[in-house]
Ligand binder design. Structure first.
Ligand code: COA
Length: 172
């Protein structure tokens, strides 16, 4: 199911058949450099995909496949995850991760801008956050270009150093 279309990308609901394309991203040490968990394997990716399908059912949103229109390939994911307790409150968090071969083309900025507009204007979410490692300048830049602003540092259980919490809120 296609959720969003941008000039060069489609965002659609993930499906179990996307596991190999997602493994190419979650299994790449460079793409996982700022994750405290390191690279992931196929069983983990399959479990993550099952969680995405559950999120669509329960919430009506989730992480989405990012499809490059020109090639038709799944080049990563970008989407929203509900967290019952993120630093002491429920939050909807934006997440994105692309295949290294597609970095530096403005794809993340294109996907995130469209997704945040969808979150605020279509899903009517009041607030969306992004947890970003301060040493990940590309991700900080993507969030800031999409209009997110730094709110506070957040040290989550199991993490070795605090992330920065970026936030966008719906207009009053
Ligand atoms: C973060 C990520 C999604 C960015 O994807 P992308 O499609 O290359 O991003 P874009 O091209 O839209 O924009 C990147 C911006 O960061 C800038 N940037 C990239 N590397 C940078 C660096 N080392 N220092 C400063 N700025 C940098 C780019 O110049 C660009 O800004 P600009 O448009 O003003 O020039 C991609 O690198 C990725 O998947 N990384 C691994 C996973 C990850 O870190 N996800 C985010 C977790 S919070």
């Amino acid at each position: 199911m296609i959720v969003l279309e941008t000039r060069r990308l489609l965002l659609r609901r993930l499906e179990p058949r996307d596991a190999p394309a997602l493994l190419a991203v979650f299994g790449d040490p460079e793409a996982m450099r700022f994750s405290d968990h390191g690279v992931r394997d196929l069983p983990w990716v399959e479990g993550w995909l099952a969680g995405c399908l559950e999120s669509y059912r329960q919430r009506g949103f989730g992480p989405y496949a990012v499809v490059e229109r020109e090639s038709g390939e799944v080049v990563g994911y970008c989407g929203l995850t509900h967290h019952p307790d993120l630093g002491g409150r429920p939050e909807v968090a934006l997440g994105y991760r692309l295949a290294r071969s597609r970095w530096g083309r403005g794809y993340a900025s294109e996907a995130v801008a469209a997704l945040l507009a969808y979150a605020i204007h279509t899903l009517r979410l009041r607030r969306v956050v992004a947890q970003i490692d301060p040493h990940n300048p590309a991700s900080v830049r993507v969030a800031e270009k999409a209009g997110m602003r730094y709110e506070r540092d957040l040290l989550l259980e199991g993490y070795t150093h605090p992330d920065r919490l970026y936030v966008v809120t719906a207009p009053p």
